[in-house]
Design a protein around this ligand. Sequence first.
Ligand code: PGA
Length: 253
Amino acid sequence: MRRKLVAGNWKMNGSRASLVELDDIAAAAVRLPQVDVGIALPATLIALAAERVPALPIGAEDVHTNDQGAHTGEISASMMRDAGARFTIVGHSERRADQHEHDLQVKQKAEAAHRQGLGVILCVGETLAERDAGRAEQVVTGQVAESLPDGAASDWLSIAYEPVWAIGTGRTPTTANVAAMHGAVRAELRRKIGADAEQMRVLYGGSVTAANAAELLSAGDVDGALVGGASLTAEKFIPIVEAGAAIDRAISG
Ligand code: PGA
């Protein structure tokens, strides 16, 4: 049985004052131990957050491909870990679009993070034009195939399927579409890594809220959620964690 993972991603939001939100999120994570919870934060907040809520895994939103060097403005995985991060997101569609990150770079970032002992959430997802052209599955499984790090294993890597058109838009795919895509991702993982694919978590991301979390999290092959907007406050995020915990209870009886 795969444990559910509900991870937040603050993106370029938040300040020192907003870290107060983490207090209740950390308490909820302790109260709901059947779900893994983490929050990825802007680099400026990681050390403060890790010190403030040591029990809550704090993550980075990106890392560089290299461990150190002359890369002005960049931050390496070892620096993130030193600041207190325990995991990182790589390959988020906003970085693939804004920074033109490609699959090979995403793969190298995941490998760099793993070298430093960070967990990794690797994002994939199709654009609306790709979905409308009937290419969604091909695009997404292609991204999995090309960006999967060497040595990928379920104890440190999760995949997040995030349709680009569902991110921050309030639109979500049907649960049937989500289940079909997660099945396709898992089939690709089986081809790449064999039996461990059954243990690897495949999260859904894109406009997850308290209102739709229970439905999305119970779709076939969905092992958790990557949450942007609704992770910015404890009030919006905790019900999503609770939805994950309720499904776990329902499954385990
Ligand atoms: P959203 O973002 O929940 O605000 O749609 C999700 C993500 O980009 O990870």
